[in-house]
Design a binder for this molecule. Structure first.
Ligand code: AMP
Length: 298
């Protein structure tokens, strides 16, 4: 079964303790699509400017990602610039240039509307709602960020009432509820709508809340993290891609989906931009999945 993602396609400039990557391929929808394409058919809905390099389009096509919903608008592609501290959990946004993203009104092509699984990447909740109104998916997951919790809280809460799964960082779970206890806070979010909450803790893994159940997964312990940009979106891509492949949202499948999300996210972090996702396939995924299993078996 296929999955549709709606979100940013970007040119990212980042510097991390490992070096610098200037105007590399980025964006939430890009990382999600590359990760999910290991599991299932993906429809990418986004916008680029006329300056977007053809080689990036070729890469996405080489992964069989459907680009009917990728609109080219007059103007420049969305750009984001970030700086990572020695502690890679700390990131400063230096620049955000929305460019063509500013006036974009997503339009889902038929194939994207019909995909049973939908991921609403981190954009204004009102835009996420406009996408939801066009689609008729059976399972919808959503990402958001501190900015929207601050400035579009009502719109965010309105869409939370209409989705199945929220995938966010643990600080955002706290910010959204005002409760510093992650378990209590996640339960409060479930009461707002989504029966599934995946609360990511960066290098400390993920807690999955599913109805009354909880699953705790580690992150893969890595000696060198080169660039964590897009780790959250890659996690979401592996998670949703696996669910779509299995055509199942039971707790057992969701637990495995968390490990698949963590697997692809760990590969992503090992190189700059999306490079860590480009040369992985079923063998690398199976190997890391096994390593995850061995890591927490006792
Ligand atoms: P993550 O590391 O998972 O938070 O995702 C980083 C990606 O999000 C980068 O590739 C950025 O291009 C993209 N991004 C950063 N800010 C925004 C924003 N305001 N709206 C949409 N995408 C963004």
């Amino acid at each position: 079964m296929s999955v549709t993602v709606v979100g940013s396609v970007a040119l990212d400039t980042v510097d991390t303790p490992s070096g610098e990557n200037i105007e590399g391929l980025g964006g939430a929808a890009t990382f999600f699509s590359l990760a999910a394409s290991n599991y299932t058919d993906v429809n990418l809905v986004g916008v680029i400017g006329t300056d977007f390099p053809q080689e990036h389009i070729d890469l996405l096509k080489s992964k069989d990602i459907n680009l009917e919903g990728l609109e080219t608008a007059d103007g420049k592609t969305f750009r984001w610039k970030g700086h990572y501290h020695e502690d890679l959990n700390v990131r400063d946004t230096l620049e955000t240039h929305l460019n063509v993203f500013e006036t974009w009104e997503p339009k889902l092509p038929q194939i994207a509307k019909e995909a049973p699984y939908l991921f609403l990447g981190n954009i204004h909740p009102a835009i996420q709602m406009s996408v939801l109104e066009q689609a008729d998916q059976k399972f919808v997951a959503l990402d958001t960020m501190n900015l929207w919790i601050d400035i579009a809280n009502d719109e965010l809460k309105a869409i939370l009432g209409k989705i199945d799964c929220l995938i966010i960082n643990d600080e955002e779970v706290i910010q959204l509820t005002g409760d510093h206890n992650i378990v209590r806070a996640s339960r409060k979010i479930q009461a707002m709508g989504p029966r599934i909450v995946a609360s990511k803790k960066g290098e400390h893994g993920c807690l999955l809340f599913h109805d009354d159940d909880i699953f705790s997964a580690p992150a893969f312990p890595m000696e060198e993290v080169v660039d964590p940009t897009g780790a959250g979106d890659s996690f979401a891509g592996g998670f949703m891609g696996y669910i779509a492949q299995q055509e199942d949202t039971s707790f057992d499948t969701l637990k495995r989906a968390v490990i698949h999300g963590s697997t692809v996210a760990s590969y992503l972090c090992s190189k700059f931009g999306p490079d860590g996702l480009i040369n992985i396939g079923p063998d690398e995924i199976a190997q890391r999945y096994q390593e995850f299993s061995d890591l927490s078996k006792f």
